[in-house]
Structures are given as C-alpha cells and as structure tokens.
Ligand binder design. Structure first.
Ligand code: DX5
Ligand code: ZN
Length: 211
C-alpha cells in the first residue's frame, strides 16, 4: 500500500494553516525548498516549516532543491523537518551532507532528477532512508509526468529493499497507477491533492482505493 504525501507547493499560500487542515489524513507532508540556483524558482524557507510544525504532528518530508544543502541541514532540522532529502546533483559532497543529516537526527533521503542514472545512488544505498525519484524537472508544480524515470523505482526496490522510494512530479489520477505498479512507496502529489475540491477523496483515489 502506497502513502500519498501532499506537496505543499500547490497549496493556497495565503491560507497555509487552513490548507494543512484539508490534508489532515495524510501521514506525510512534502515541503519543497528552492534556492533560485539549483532550480529556477524560489519557494519556502525555514520560517514556514517552523510555523507549520506548531500546527501538526505529520511527518515533514523536506525536499531541498539547493545547490549547497550542507549549511541548511541543521536549519531545516531545527525548523521541524523529520526527513531531509537533497539532490545527488547538488554541488556539496554527498557523503558530507548525509553525515550532517545523520548527526541532525533526521532521516536521510536523496532525490534524483529525471535524466540522472540511478547507479549514481548505489554507493550511498546503505545510508539512505528514502530516495525521491523525480518524474519532472524539479522547480515547478503542475508539470506532466515523464514515464522513463519510473524504471528507476523498480531497480532501486530490487537492489535496496529497505529504501522507501518516493515518486515526485506529475502524479495524478491518470499516472498514479503506473507509479504504484512500478513499486513506489510514497506518491508525492501537489496539484492533484490541493487542486481537488475534496483532498481526502483525492488521496484515497491516488492510492487506488474506491471512495
Ligand atoms: C517539483 C516539486 C514537486 C511538486 C509536485 O519541483 O518537487 O514536489 O510540488 O507538484 P505536482 O504534483 O503538481 O507535479
Ligand atoms: Zn518535491
């Protein structure tokens, strides 16, 4: 059974407290952090993570789309991140960032862009709690899922059964079953959840259950 992690990027930013209420049933909240360098966009900072931390006990899966994540590991951990995910394509040393995450007490994840080979993750497999397989170029919500990266999910599950594999980008009613069939444990969905009239029903449908 897959989890659905609503991606806050698609929420109404003028009413984030109320938006959190709409996705109460979700065990995991996905929070996108962008630096305008690794990706051509800006999103949220630690203040927002901290403000929301006071409102919910949900797992905060913080996705760092940063060229230099190392310095921000303690910052986002202190703000309330439970899981810290950074990109294998970043410019900091992967081993050092993983060490910093372990020292912070958060669970460590690596994210991988659509065109990056899955083998690049293999040296770090034993250190990872999760891998986020990106099915769009990171930076923006509401894009169309690319199917080719889904093959990485199965490869990862076969090689590292302990790793929680998340899929991020373009997950909606049409594409969710492909992601589940590929073996994804967590379906990250922004537009499909927050854009729905009834986010609870949307999450049930994305899981492939009937409402
Ligand atoms: C994109 C982000 C995603 C995004 C997904 O860079 O990492 O988490 O919010 O949005 P949807 O589900 O709308 O594709
Ligand atoms: Zn994300």
């Amino acid at each position: 059974m897959a989890y659905v992690a609503p991606s806050l990027l698609a929420a109404d930013f003028s009413a984030l407290g109320a938006e959190i209420e709409r996705v109460r049933e979700a065990e995991i909240l996905h929070i996108d952090i962008m630096d305008g360098n690794f990706v051509p966009n800006l999103s949220m900072g630690p203040q927002i993570v901290k403000a929301l931390r006071g409102k919910t006990d949900q797992v905060f899966d913080v996705h760092l789309m940063l060229l230099h994540p190392l310095a921000y590991v303690p910052v986002f951990r202190e703000a309330g991140a439970d899981w810290l995910t950074f990109h294998i394509e970043c410019e900091d040393d992967t081993g050092e960032v993983l060490k910093a995450i372990a020292e912070s007490g958060a669970k460590a994840g690596l994210a991988i862009k659509p065109d990056t080979a899955v083998e690049e993750l293999y040296p770090y497999g034993s250190l990872l709690h999760s891998v986020t397989v990106m099915t769009v170029e990171p930076g923006f919500g509401g894009q169309t899922l690319k199917e080719a990266p889904l093959a990485k999910i199965r490869q990862l599950k076969q090689r590292f059964p302990h790793i929680l594999v998340e899929v991020d980008g373009g997950v909606n009613y049409e594409t969710a079953s492909m992601c589940r069939d590929a073996g994804a444990d967590v379906l990250i969905a922004g537009t499909a959840v927050f854009g729905a009239k009834n986010p609870s029903e949307a999450m049930v449908m994305l899981k492939g259950e009937s409402v």
